[in-house]
Write a protein that binds this ligand. Structure first.
Ligand code: ATP
Length: 238
């Protein structure tokens, strides 16, 4: 079986600084895969490169068997990859509904778009209740929901989430993590970047630990959760 996404020996640099130094991993359809690791490990750079926002130095990224080299970012969205970025980047002066519509900018099927807006409101009822309000008034957790809802508006096969739990209360974080599980059960494949290794590994089928641009350890999420080196380095245990 071919993987949904295949990353092979990917290297990415900012000028002379090599942020990603030859990583390889694949994602099977239906899986939740997480990249964990400390600040600066290269996780965000990896997502941005898959999205076509940053060019690779070398290596390959293949989605459903198709190489993504030189494919522009909007075509990558059209192929079925959506990216909810670190820091959310919602549009604060626009309403919830307008922000969601931006996620559907490539689509013309009005009925389908409305159905997906309704689906976002089912997933996150608070967004429906506040659909006409400016998104800038929202709490961090609500903005995170909106960023996820917006990414889902392109009906992605692969949803990439960068640090969705950042700055959230434990209850809001649980809600976001539960939503990831729900989306997986509905058939969405997810690539999750997280600083909160405990939460990410608890729900991921597969995890990869990144350190300074390299994957240093990979395994089932549940195995990495109990791995002694992971526990010491990322789960705050002595
Ligand atoms: P974080 O959780 O802090 O986002 P990360 O694992 O996602 O960490 P990246 O953001 O991918 O890591 O950063 C990897 C390396 O690339 C770091 O050394 C960072 O300083 C560097 N870097 C990231 N963005 C840029 C940029 N726009 N210009 C120059 N260097 C950058």
């Amino acid at each position: 079986m071919t993987a949904l996404l295949e990353v092979e020996d990917l290297r990415v640099a900012y000028g002379k600084i090599e942020a990603v130094k030859g990583i390889s991993f694949s994602i099977e359809a239906g899986q939740v895969v997480t990249l964990i690791g400390t600040n600066g490990a290269g996780k965000t750079t990896t997502l941005r490169t898959i999205s076509g926002l940053h060019p690779p130095l070398s290596g390959s990224i293949t989605f459903e068997g198709r190489p993504l080299a030189h494919v522009p970012a909007h075509d990558i969205v059209a192929l079925g990859i959506a990216h909810s970025p670190e820091g959310r980047h919602i549009f604060p002066r626009m309403t919830v509904e307008e922000n969601l519509l931006l996620g559907a900018f490539l689509r013309k099927d009005r009925d389908g778009i409305q159905a997906d807006i309704d689906r976002a409101y089912d997933l996150f009822p608070i967004l429906g209740e506040r659909r006409k309000q400016a998104a800038g008034l929202f709490s961090g957790g609500e903005q995170q929901m909106l960023a996820m809802g917006r990414a889902l508006m392109s009906r992605p096969k692969l949803l990439m989430l960068d640090e969705p739990s950042m700055g959230l209360s434990p209850i809001m974080m649980q809600k976001i993590m539960a939503t990831i599980v729900e989306l997986q059960s509905q058939g969405t494949t997810i690539l999750l970047v997280e600083q909160n290794a405990q939460a990410a590994l608890s729900l991921a089928d597969t995890g990869h630990v990144m350190e300074v641009g390299r994957i240093v350890l990979s395994g089932a999420g549940s195995d990495l959760l109990t791995d002694e080196s992971v526990r010491k380095a990322y789960l705050g245990e002595d």
